[in-house]
Design a protein around this ligand. Structure first.
Ligand code: GLU
Length: 446
């Protein structure tokens, strides 16, 4: 069997970390099985779907490294949905209903008041041609419901295990609105059939949709794919994530300068019993991936955990791995020595810019004691400089001034970098170079 999965966002907002987790798990599943990943935009809601979200979602997925093998737009496939609709009508599985939203609400409330489940009474199914005509003459436009087979729908969920939904407890789902537009259910099934989707991996919020969808697959003459439902991720307080939640949007994480692989490393393991560790590339995550590892517990997204992971990842990456990311930050001239000097101090790659500025200048030195820094300036060894230069310099300054420990080192750091803290000077000093060091120790901006 060819594995083909799909990630099917509605382009009505930006992706948040919960959406990204579903996308990543689908992608890893595809790659772990030598399969394919379809990016499908569920954009039948023309009012709320926006081109900027189509682009934004593609950008976010690309940033994570989740390349898609195919792309589809539901809005371009209405002919296929119409054909499926005709078949369902011909087979008596789709029926017209004329209730207004208020009438439906009234029916629901009456059932609830009697302590009964608010399941639609199928009044539409019993309308005579004359009654239908009367509604049409009133100017009512029908919406269309799928007639469910009663009974239990069972499936072996690849995340939740053996699952079932009692269809007698469900209202026949509306597939087509009064204005003729499609709700998500039918297009999703038609697409899954036409693209030969083998596994539908999505959020637990869709579990109850699965029963009608299983019936729809069969009603359209297709074998259903396998289904897997992941518990929905929450924020650290346990509150649900919404598409509009700025700080947990992928765009925001990107703008914060976080590493995509830190995000992937976290999202691939949250909700499993595997330890969350940094992984430098997606191939490593593919090797470790097993969809059966996801538990039914709610995964919580903790930005602090992501921050720690991000720092650990930066500390572990080689210059070659970081070169493109440094170039993207405007540090195309950065050298392996620079990266090795600063990486242990970074919690976020954007901070590398600050250290690049310290190395290349201009830096306004902080001079605590002019006599002391001038003495140090006079003791700077001749170039070439290497990692031993700092030791040579400080030994000479110690002998000349009698200072040691913080008294010796701190004023030199302040003068040479203009900062209280930072990467080890033995690594920074050769990058700063003699000319700039001389000026900074002399109190000059350089
Ligand atoms: N557009 C649906 C959603 O974003 C897709 C659900 C599915 O994967 O079937 O929830």
């Amino acid at each position: 069997m060819t594995v083909l999965v799909r990630f099917a966002p509605s382009p009505t907002g930006l992706l948040h970390v919960g959406n990204a987790r579903v996308a990543l798990i689908n992608w890893l599943f595809a790659k772990a099985h030598g399969g394919y990943f379809l990016l499908r935009y569920d954009d039948t809601d023309l009012e709320r779907s926006k081109p900027e979200y189509v682009d934004g979602i593609a950008e976010d997925l690309s940033w994570l490294g989740l390349a898609w093998d195919k792309k589809a737009f539901q809005s371009k496939r209405i002919t296929q949905y119409d054909a499926a609709t005709e078949k369902l009508k011909a087979d008596g599985r789709l029926y017209a209903c004329y209730e207004t939203p208020e009438e439906l609400d009234y029916k629901r409330k009456r059932l609830l008041a009697k302590g009964r489940p608010p399941v639609y009474d199928r009044a539409g199914l019993r309308l005579t041609p004359a009654e239908r005509k009367a509604f049409e003459d009133e100017g009512r436009k029908p919406h269309w419901r799928f007639k469910l087979d009663q009974g239990d729908e069972r499936w072996e969920d690849i995340v939740r295990g053996s699952s079932h939904v009692d269809c007698a407890s469900l209202s026949d789902p509306v597939l087509i609105r009064g204005d003729g537009s499609y709700l998500y259910t039918l297009p999703s099934v038609v697409d899954d059939i036409d693209y030969a989707v083998s596994h539908v991996i999505r959020g637990e919020d869709h579990v109850t949709n699965t029963a009608p969808q299983l019936q729809l697959f069969r009603a359209l003459g297709a074998e259903p794919p396998a289904f897997g439902h992941l518990p929905l991720m929450t924020d650290i307080s346990g509150a649900g994530l919404s598409k509009r939640l700025g700080s947990l949007s992928l765009r925001d994480l990107r703008e914060q300068g976080l590493e995509p692989m830190a995000v992937n490393s976290l999202l691939a393991k949250l909700g499993t019993s595997d330890a969350i560790e940094t992984r430098a590339n997606l191939d490593l995550l593919v090797d470790e991936f097993d969809v059966g590892n996801f538990s039914r517990a709610t995964p919580k997204f903790d930005p602090t955990e992501l921050g720690h992971l991000n720092a650990r990842l930066l500390h572990s990456l080689s210059f070659d791995e970081m070169r493109p990311r440094l170039a993207a930050l405007g540090l195309a001239d950065a050298s392996p020595e620079f990266w090795e000097a600063v990486k242990a101090n970074l919690t976020n790659l954007a901070e590398a810019k600050e250290w690049w500025g310290v190395v290349t200048g201009p830096v306004t030195p902080v001079i605590e004691d002019t006599g002391f820094t001038q003495t140090a300036a006079g003791l700077l060894p001749p170039e070439p400089w290497d990692q031993t230069t700092w030791g040579t310099l400080t030994a000479a300054v110690k002998t000349a001034t009698g200072r040691k420990g913080r008294e010796l080192f701190h004023p030199l750091r302040l003068a040479l970098t203009g900062r209280e803290n930072g990467p080890e000077l033995k690594n920074l000093l050769p990058l700063i170079g003699r000319e700039r060091a001389l000026k900074r120790l002399g109190g000059e901006t350089a």
